[in-house]
Design a protein around this ligand. Structure first.
Ligand code: HEM
Length: 161
């Protein structure tokens, strides 16, 4: 699997024009946003509750799921794309399918996380406006890369049928 995974990730990086220096920036971005991610994740589940979606989590150990979410974003922003790809195939797709979480909700959640992370970066007074623009571009690419991987994994399931 690893060869085709690497090939696939390289292809998506090229499609998004995601460079190695932007991946290095993504690691720097993570250092800045990690202290805020616990609150962002907490707000995410509060948002789902306000949308009436907590029925999905009836049997869920929520504190554990929040830790998994944090680990997930850490791997993604640190450029561990093979790990996140494997998480999509082995865990997330299965967890979401088994609870009937649709792609639409999933994509909406990416928008929600992107918006929160953009707003956190935009508020960092130590960054110049040029740096903020660069970081917002990098966050967009990283989030789109992950969405593309998530969707491609669903495509695989269709091909499997
Ligand atoms: C950016 C979007 C999302 C990401 C990155 C994400 C990520 C994850 C991860 C990492 C897991 C744990 C998989 C495991 O290790 O077993 C998980 C499980 C789960 N997620 Fe998501 N998720 C997202 C959006 C959503 C949304 C929008 C919903 C529902 C509205 C949802 C519902 C669930 C449920 C029900 C589980 C299974 C919980 C359990 O084990 O009982 N997720 N997700």
């Amino acid at each position: 699997m690893s060869d085709s995974t690497d090939y696939r990730i390289e292809r998506y990086k090229r499609l998004l024009d995601l460079s190695d220096s932007e991946i290095a920036s993504s690691r720097a971005i993570w250092k800045l946003i990690e202290p805020h991610m616990g609150v962002i994740i907490e707000k995410f589940y509060n948002h789902l509750a306000r949308c009436g979606l907590m029925g999905y989590f009836d049997q869920t150990d929520l504190p554990k799921l929040k830790l998994r979410q944090l680990e997930y974003w850490r791997n993604l922003f640190n450029g561990e794309f093979r790990t996140t790809h494997s998480a999509h195939i082995r865990k997330i797709r299965i967890a979401h399918l088994s609870k009937n979480v649709g792609l639409a909700e999933y994509i909406a959640a990416y928008y929600w996380f992107a918006r929160e992370i953009f707003s956190e970066i935009g508020g960092l007074e130590e960054l110049s406006s040029t740096r903020i623009n660069e970081y917002l571009r990098v966050v967009s690419k990283i989030m789109f890369l992950d969405m593309i991987v998530a969707v491609s994994v669903q495509d695989d399931a269709i091909v499997d049928i």
